[in-house]
Each structure stands twice: as C-alpha cells, then as structure tokens.
Design a protein around this ligand. Structure first.
Ligand SMILES: [Zn+2]
Length: 341
C-alpha cells in the first residue's frame, strides 16, 4: 500500500488510472521474472520474532504467505534470496515504469498528498524527541521528492539519499541530492557516515532480512539518534478483510509486520520503541472499491460491513476510517524508535 498517512486524497491522485493496464502487464512480467529463479528461494524464520512456528495464510501468484503463530507477522516463505532480490530490483520493469511514467505524471499530487505530510510529520517527531539536526539519511529515496523537500527546509545540515535502483538514483542526483547508489547493507559505518535521523518509507517490507536491515541502521545512528519509518500493517483492515485480494499483498512485499511484532523486532535490534501508530487513510475506501467492482465479495454475515462501507458510506465512511486509525487497525503503520544516548 502507498503511505496514505495524514491527508485525505484518492488513489487516482497518486496512481493515475490511465496507467492501470500498462502497469498490470509490467507487474505480471516482473512476477514471471522473479519466479524464474524460484529454485533459489530460501526458507526463513519469522522476520519479527525469529520463531519457526507458522501456518499457511494464503497462496497468491506463485508465492506462499505464512503467518507466525506467535506474533502474527505475515511473510513470504520461502522467499527470493538476497542475490535474487538484487538482480530483480536491478532489472525490474516496474521501477523503470514508475521512474519514467508514473512519478513524473503524479509528482505534483504525490508531493502535496504524500511527501509534504511525511516531511511535516518527520520534523514534528524530531522536535518532540529533541534530535540533533546535523544529518538525515533517507533509505530508498526513490524519486528524491522527500529529500528535495527536506533539503529545501534547511533544518538539517546534510540530507543524504540512499537508492540502489540506478534510474532512481540518477533522478536523485539530478535533483542535486547527495546520493549513494547502493543497498544500505553494503555501506560500511564510518565517522562521516553517521546520522542523527534515519528515515525510510515503504522499504522494510521489501527487504530479505529486516533484522539485518535494522541492525545496520542502528550501527549508523548517532547515540540518541532517531529511526522513523512506515510500512504496511498486516493486522490492518485492508489486509485482514481482503486477504489475498488486497493490493498490499504482492510479490515485492516479503514482510507484513503489525504494531506488536514490529516492537519485538526493534527491541531485539537494540532500539527503544517510542511510538507505533497507523495513520493510513485509504483502508475503508480500498475495501469499498473492491466490493463495488466485484473483485471482492462480502459473506452473508458481513451485514455490518455492507452497512458501513456501502449503504451508509456518506455518513459512516470517514468516521469508520478514523476508528481504524485510532485503534491501530489501519493498514499503513509508522514506527519511531531511538538508539540509546
Ligand atoms: Zn513471529
């Protein structure tokens, strides 16, 4: 799912519908490409609590999604190995498409509806937890919109982007952002590669080993430094209701944490968890659209959901989404964690 936090907007604003068919074709090609190396997929334990006690949750397009019985994290297992993932993201037609077509076409709306609220929220959290403002690193900087906006605010002396996908890294550099074209795990900590704040948005669900990823982030944070990130909530309304029909559930998303399990993982990597919240605004609307289009059918005993999402939508829709947000049940989650001072 897109990071739908904080502002009301429609899916059309950030993923224009006219690209839908082309995008679907490209995604299918990507899936075929990834599955062509299925014999190199590897078994893993729960990415949050490291237990090996899980049950099958669903099968979708050739991938097995399992659910940890202990912490309820959903995860693809077996999953593409690190080498396969690196190869996949270097050759993915999806990313080329986003860089060349979707991002440029929706830049203004994405800036207003997604990036600006992210920047504002980051600054608010940094003030709240009194971080130093020498350096901020964004992992997975994509089109560079967040870093460019953050740089323009002049709050941090250095704003640095890490982006492993060549096309996207090139875009970041064109926007005059200090860019490292690499995966974070491949960058060695050094005295000029330490940060007061590290952010990443919709990244951790893609990585082979979230534990290794977060441990690495811990290493490059200054004492008292803040980690802020967002990712899907596997216990959120969208995923829980639509299950495998949810667009959040796809081949690129290997890890679906929840507010409880992300805390377990962060603690085990040395972090103190400051906040976990689910500000996503699209759940009710996404489920409603799938019902209306016929892609998803409510069971007969789902009278209440039919009442809220269809019959009385104009009256109850927004209030229902607010209920999800307040009770950690939206499918987009933010976590804020700190390294000891
Ligand atoms: Zn677990």
């Amino acid at each position: 799912m897109e990071d739908s936090s904080f502002r009301q907007f429609s899916e059309e604003d950030i993923r224009p519908n006219r690209f839908h068919n082309d995008h679907q074709k490209i995604l299918l090609k990507d899936i075929d490409m990834l599955l062509s190396r299925k014999n190199e997929f590897v078994e893993c334990k729960c990415p949050a609590c490291d237990m090996d006690d899980n049950e099958i949750q669903f099968l979708k397009k050739g991938f097995n999604y399992r659910r940890c019985r202990r912490c309820h994290t959903i995860y693809i297992n077996p999953r593409p190995s690190k080498d396969v993932l690196k190869w996949f993201y270097h050759n993915s037609k999806n990313y080329e498409f986003w860089n060349n077509v979707v991002f440029p076409a929706s830049e203004e709306s994405r800036h207003k509806n997604i990036i600006l609220p992210r920047v504002v929220k980051t600054i608010e959290l940094c003030k709240k937890y009194k971080t130093n403002n020498n350096s901020l690193l964004e992992i997975g900087a994509g089109f560079g919109t967040y870093c460019a906006e953050m740089q323009s605010r002049g709050i941090f002396q250095r704003v640095i982007a890490i982006e492993p996908t060549p096309d996207l890294a090139s875009t970041c550099r064109k926007r005059k952002i200090e860019t490292i074209e690499s995966a974070i795990e491949e960058v060695k900590p050094s005295s000029d590669f330490m940060f007061d704040v590290v952010v990443n948005f919709e990244v951790i669900e893609h990585v082979f080993s979230p534990r290794e990823f977060l441990s690495h982030v811990y290493e490059i944070l200054n004492p008292g430094g803040l980690l802020i990130f967002s990712c899907p909530n596997g216990n959120g309304f969208d995923v829980r209701t639509l299950k495998m029909e949810s667009d959040t559930v796809d081949h690129e998303h290997l890890n679906y944490f929840n507010p409880y399990s992300i805390g377990i993982l962060l603690n085990s990597c040395g972090f103190k968890v400051l906040e976990v919240f689910t500000p996503g605004r699209l759940d009710a609307d996404l489920v409603r659209k799938k019902i209306i289009s016929g892609e998803f059918k409510l069971e007969n005993d789902d009278e209440l959901l039919k009442y809220i999402l269809i019959k009385e939508w104009d009256i109850l829709g927004a209030a229902f989404q607010q209920f999800l947000i307040r009770n950690s049940l939206s499918s987009n989650m933010w976590a804020v964690a700190q390294k000891d001072r």
